[in-house]
Design a protein around this ligand. Structure first.
Ligand SMILES: [Zn+2]
Length: 413
């Protein structure tokens, strides 16, 4: 059988395979040496992907100073692998006009040292403040390179994907408009792509749906994608109780209920699905509040998806089942978080994170994706993690058939 990845950022994956991969750096010296070597091979700004501070001997994110030492005045931006945190050097910050007096943007923040000076660590929407200034200085992957990346996906057994693509503001630095790129390449794609569009207003969403409908090829408009919070790794998942290793924060809830309701209605008018990212238990409850409203307004619950649905209360599982909404899960997260997630959320919450068996037993429709480039897109990584659950409660493990079924194509394929 062929597999379907229900949550993947295909242009982000293409950017990763053509760019600077930082995941397996062992310490800051190794990391910065990779950045310096890569900087010699490109013009303009330097962009790195999949930075993993948990894998570094120092156990911390680099700062602007660490990067300034090796790249000097070349603007540099390194994305943490979750995509919700990035680190900029001084040249990138000054290009973006970020300085000690710059206020935090809505839905994000600049880490600051005791004197108030930004350290270079950018959280959530603060990333866009810098990436949009750098974008004109970055060469994105060529069309040929993007098509090669799609070929990789086909070679991994993926016959089709649900691709998350931004219209307007780019999600990955260097690609100006992901949707334009995808629609231009649509006739040449080796696999089918259902598209969930990240769009800031109903007009742009409608234009995106129209652009997809007009493109001759293997793309189809699936709906609208939104974020309700960030990630566990970046301490930005929205939790009911504080992070175990950061008692000062319960994360960042990003869902604007009124705006989300308007966008969801626009998506449904276009015949589309509504997919909202929720990692923390507080974010998941906020998304279920939104979905409950939408169902009350007459929405088809099978068109409402919680993306990730990572940390859930028992009441949230019960409510998802009652509403009839879908959980879109990423079992590969278990393979990469098993060593450190307990530090972030503690033992009690470890017992209710990624509760795949409970979701299925409650009768909830559960589908699987990689979230690549967050994780690698080979579906067998997620299937194995859903079965074995390394570092997690094994009683929530799935059988091989159940795990493979997460990556089954939707009915239309
Ligand atoms: Zn994602």
């Amino acid at each position: 059988m062929t597999y379907h990845d229900h949550h993947i950022h295909p242009i982000g994956y293409a950017t990763l395979v053509n760019g600077l991969e930082l995941m397996d750096s062992v310490d800051l010296a190794d990391l910065t040496a990779r950045v310096a070597r890569f900087a010699d091979t490109v013009e303009g700004a330097v962009i790195g992907q999949r930075l993993n501070d948990e894998g570094l001997a120092e156990g911390r994110l680099p700062t602007r100073d660490d990067l300034d030492d090796v790249v000097g005045d070349r603007p540099t931006l390194l994305y943490r692998y979750c995509g919700h945190i990035a680190v900029a050097n001084s040249a990138a910050l000054s290009l973006a006009g970020v300085e000690s007096g710059t206020p935090d943007p809505e839905g994000g923040s600049f880490d600051r040292d005791p004197t108030g000076e930004p350290t270079g660590v950018l959280r959530e929407t603060a990333i866009q403040s810098v990436s949009s200034a750098l974008a004109p200085l970055v060469d994105g992957p060529s069309d040929a390179a993007i098509l090669r990346a799609f070929g990789d996906l086909a070679a991994m057994g993926l016959g089709s994907i649900t691709g998350i693509v931004s219209a307007g503001e780019p999600l990955w630095c260097g690609v100006t408009d992901e949707l334009d790129v995808l629609c231009r390449l649509a006739p040449d794609l080796p696999i089918d792509v259902d598209v969930l569009v990240i769009a800031p207003d109903p007009q742009l969403l409608a234009e995106a749906a129209e652009k997809i409908r007009r493109s001759q090829g293997r793309v189809r408009f699936l709906g609208w994608k939104e974020f309700a919070d960030g990630s566990f790794g970046g301490h930005t998942a929205a939790l009911h109780d504080p992070f175990t290793d950061r008692p000062d924060t319960r994360g960042t809830e990003r869902l604007d209920r009124e705006h989300a309701t308007m966008m969801a209605r626009a998506a449904m008018m276009l015949g589309g699905t509504v997919a909202v990212h929720a990692i923390g238990d507080r974010a998941n409850d906020a998304v279920l509040d939104l979905f409950e409203d939408l169902v009350d307004m007459g929405a088809d619950p099978t068109r409402l998806r919680v993306e990730h649905a990572s940390l859930l209360t028992a009441a949230a599982v019960e409510r998802m089942a009652r509403l009839g909404v879908t959980a879109s899960v990423q079992p590969a997260f278990l393979a990469s978080e098993g060593d450190w997630l307990v530090k972030r959320i503690g033992d009690e919450r470890m017992r209710r994170v990624y509760p795949f068996r409970s979701l299925i037993q409650a009768g909830i429709q559960v589908i699987g994706g990689s979230d690549s480039p967050v994780e690698l897109p080979d579906p067998t990584i997620g299937i194995n993690a859903a079965i074995g659950r390394p570092g997690f409660d094994p009683s929530e493990g799935l059988t091989p058939d159940e795990a493979a079924a997460l990556f089954a194509p939707p009915a239309r394929f």
